[in-house]
Ligand binder design. Structure first.
Ligand SMILES: NC(=O)c1ccc[n+]([C@@H]2O[C@H](COP(=O)([O-])OP(=O)(O)OC[C@H]3O[C@@H](n4cnc5c(N)ncnc54)[C@H](OP(=O)(O)O)[C@@H]3O)[C@@H](O)[C@H]2O)c1
Length: 288
């Protein structure tokens, strides 16, 4: 039996927790800031109802084999306040967040070798507390190795595919290139169709070129045509699809701008690579 505690049962966390409950060898606990009584997941293949243990007070549960963090990145510090009660000497923390610096984000609280970064690919939204809509297949990617073997085993008999990558760095930067370009949607508050406008696409390409240059300096292998590939992805999306940065800005919520574009600026400075487009986007989105 694997004891798993998931912090942050929003769109991704709620989907993952409900899916983990399908494996009878998992004992699943959910740490919820906004309480609910059970998880209801709409998947493309039908509905799932799951009954994980739900806690909202530290002390209501003890150390787990696995702690999965699925909050937004800007809530990492508040998620980590739970570690004192949840993380024991044998606990591994899996970070299910976007970005490229998952391990750095949590290394203040535990040794790096006990942190597993996870790339999440699954269009998912929260309908209400405890009610999640999964709009497509769920794929989790983790760096190959012993932790990955153990993490993958948690998802046996669930609707989530978990795969290992021998080149996690390149995969994470590839995804960051897509997410970094999405800042243009958030700036102009226009959905995916804006990429069909050549002026917007030009700015998106410049953001991707900067991101890819920094990614290559960090060791990622990225195609020389990556900017065009990213534009093609946006142009292939339903014209009215809204990325999460855009949705958060439109709703007046905090945004994961540090994770998407701020990190490009920060690591660009480290490598002496100019990132004026990303820098400007961060500045414009963080004006009070
Ligand atoms: N949604 C997607 O389709 C998608 C796809 C790929 C990757 N991602 C990435 O996945 C990560 C999670 O995104 P999301 O869309 O799932 O976010 P979300 O729907 O906003 O869910 C975040 C959850 O974290 C909870 N939370 C925050 N601080 C907490 C704390 N201290 N203790 C307990 N719970 C806490 C929130 O509680 P409340 O209920 O009180 O708000 C919420 O339930 C992000 O890095 C995102 O970029 C998302």
């Amino acid at each position: 039996m694997s004891a798993i505690t998931l912090i942050g049962p929003g769109a991704i966390g709620g989907m993952v927790a409900a899916q983990l409950c399908q494996n009878p060898r998992n004992d699943v606990t959910v740490v919820a800031r906004t309480p609910f009584s059970k998880l209801w997941l709409d998947t493309p293949d039908g509905e799932l109802l799951a009954n994980p243990r739900i806690v909202s007070q530290p002390g209501d549960t003890g150390p787990a084999d696995w702690v999965l963090v699925a909050t937004k990145a800007y809530d990492s510090e508040s998620a980590a306040t739970w570690f004192a009660s949840l993380v024991g000497e044998r606990t591994t923390v899996a970070v299910l967040q976007n970005g490229v610096n998952h391990v750095e984000r949590f290394s203040a609280w535990l040794p790096r070798e006990r942190i597993l970064p996870v790339i999440v690919d699954c269009p998912t939204e929260r309908v209400a507390a405890g009610h999640i809509r999964q709009r497509g297949p769920a794929l989790l990617t983790v760096p190959s190795g012993e932790l990955a073997d153990r993490f993958q085993a948690l998802f046996a008999d669930t609707g989530v595919t978990c795969k290992q990558s021998d080149d996690f760095t390149s995969m994470a930067w590839w995804k960051l290139c897509i997410n970094a370009a999405g800042v243009v949607n958030a700036l102009v508050l226009q959905p995916a169709r804006i990429a069909r406008d050549e002026a917007a696409a030009k700015v998106m390409r410049a953001i991707v070129e900067e991101t890819a240059a920094v990614g290559r300096a960090e060791g990622a292998q990225l195609s020389p045509d990556i900017a065009d590939e990213v534009i093609d992805i946006y142009r292939g999306q339903p014209p009215d699809s809204v990325n999460s940065l855009h949705a958060d800005r439109a709703a007046g919520r905090p945004m994961e701008i540090d994770l998407r574009n701020g990190v490009v600026v920060e690591l660009g400075e480290k490598h002496g690579i100019a990132t004026p487009y990303n820098d400007m986007a961060v500045s414009l989105l963080t004006i009070d």
